[in-house]
Design a protein around this ligand. Structure first.
Ligand SMILES: C[S@@+](CC[C@H](N)C(=O)[O-])C[C@H]1O[C@@H](n2cnc3c(N)ncnc32)[C@H](O)[C@@H]1O
Length: 255
């Protein structure tokens, strides 16, 4: 979204978005405020660009995209679509808005955005599902927001790669040595900050488990990118398909 001049100021939350950022909301909010300062130095990288390219290749060209947990807007900055970024961190939203990477910012928890049902032809949730206490709530919100036959894009980090592995990978993908070294050092500091602020992180297996139990979604693309990111593109069943698939309305609810 670089160069777009119509970005609006983040919408104020109806309640406190921080309630939904784990067991230690004040610490977590502080963590995200610090992370926002260095986020682009760490993640404005070839790895993020590859993820963004994959998501872009699956999105309809003219549509509204909702980015749940948009951060600084790195995942949507190349999009020509209308982008609504949702995030619980005002610091992240402010950066995404100032850099004109989103068209509208909504300050809200990712599982309860307050946006209209079916308002998006595509919903992205990148590097967020491993951070929320209830990924099922986020998946359900993505389903609610996504229009019939729309696209849902999820990606999240695998557990195994450590900061050294990511450093080596980024060098292989062409990140310059000074930038890769700086990102490596900042990643380690952020890891310490996450531990100190008790910011929760769930395993990849637990996210897979929740997704596998979610009904009403068809997987259209599923890969592991460079051994460090799980990437999934999903499509909600249309009403017609759902009628064929489910025997009764009660079977549509997720576990
Ligand atoms: C690791 S960043 C990912 C940012 C962006 N999606 C990307 O891939 O570059 C996670 C983002 O999710 C936001 N976040 C975490 N938990 C949240 C919640 N429960 N509700 C809303 N936003 C949340 C954080 O504020 C942060 O901006």
């Amino acid at each position: 979204m670089e160069g777009n001049t119509s970005a609006s100021a983040p919408t104020k939350p109806s309640g406190s978005a921080n309630h939904l950022m784990g067991d230690h909301p004040a610490y977590n909010a502080f963590f995200w405020r610090i992370y926002a300062i260095v986020y682009d130095l760490i993640w404005d990288s070839p790895l993020t660009d590859t993820l963004a390219q994959i998501s872009t290749s699956h999105l309809p060209s003219a549509c509204t995209v909702v980015d749940l947990g948009c951060g600084t807007g790195l995942m949507t900055r190349q999009l020509s679509q209308h982008v609504i970024g949702v995030d619980a961190s005002p610091a992240m939203l402010t950066r995404a808005t100032r850099k004109q990477r989103i068209d509208r910012g909504v300050h809200a928890p990712v599982h309860e955005t307050g946006l209209e049902s079916g308002c998006a032809s595509a919903v992205l949730t990148c590097n967020v599902l491993h951070l929320v206490p209830d990924p099922r709530g986020v998946i359900n919100e993505a389903l609610r927001l996504c229009s019939p036959a729309g696209t849902i894009f999820f990606c999240w980090p695998l557990d195994e790669p450590d900061t050294d592995t990511i450093f080596q990978l980024e060098r292989r993908l062409g990140r310059s040595a000074p930038r890769a070294v700086l990102a490596h050092a900042l990643r380690q500091l952020i890891g310490i900050a996450a531990a100190l602020t008790r910011t929760p992180r769930r395993t990849s297996a637990s996210i897979e488990q929740v997704l596998s139990r979610t009904q009403g979604l068809e997987v259209v693309f599923d890969t592991i990118l460079h051994g460090c990111q799980r990437v999934m593109v999903l499509r909600p069943f249309t009403e017609h398909e759902a009628k064929d698939f489910f025997h009764s309305p009660s079977e549509r609810s997720t576990e």
